[in-house]
Design a protein around this ligand. Sequence first.
Ligand code: ZN
Ligand code: FE
Length: 249
Amino acid sequence: MSGTTGWTIKAVPNLSDNYAWLLRDEATGLVALCDPGEARPNLAALQEMPEPGRLDWILLTHHHPDHIDGVPEVVRATGAKVLGASADAHRLPKLDLAVKPGDRVPLGSGEIEVLDSPGHTIGHVALYIAAAHAVLAGDTLFSLGCGRLLEGTPADMYRALRLLDALPGDTLVLCGHEYTESNARFALTVEPDNAALKDRAAEVRELRKAGLATVPTTLDQERATNPFLRAATVEELAERRAGKDVFKG
Ligand code: ZN
Ligand code: FE
């Protein structure tokens, strides 16, 4: 897909239910690939880009095999450089650029802002590219769900989700898995009367029946439907009732 931002963004199905994300900055021709869980589908997708085979950067959100196992072969084939979290350098493929939360790194005509995103894993980062109106969310935020807490605490994940929730509503959420249909089943048990959620669940069923991706989603859509972005604290609910709604969903 290609939006009004001058960036083209493509989901590449990897393994059984992963997505790697291909991003191209039309202004500079720069191409980046996030979280290659395997090599072959990503190398094939690169061949279909305007400059076939060009890959400047591989961007990593966390160390799990389904997000990194394609890295060595993709690097061999393309010469791409690898960016990932310095805190996880010991369990990521060899990094050319080790980053930490708060860092800003130029990417084509835009830049990446590194967001601390622990919970699923401790060293997990989300990579926000404002110029592309997109965030590479890895296994932190999914459509209608969030990542499993394998290393972090619920408090870690809650803070990570709040950080993502602070991004603009039109931000595309580029997440690591096609989990939306099963997430929808859980979300409906939490909010059976949420009309936006019921509509989204029906749309998701149709998309999956047709074999299509349900992502990217947008933050606005998730604010309206994702129980993990709607888990406001009691204090926030009181503020909302007082008319100070910060969610707009
Ligand atoms: Zn993972
Ligand atoms: Fe994963």
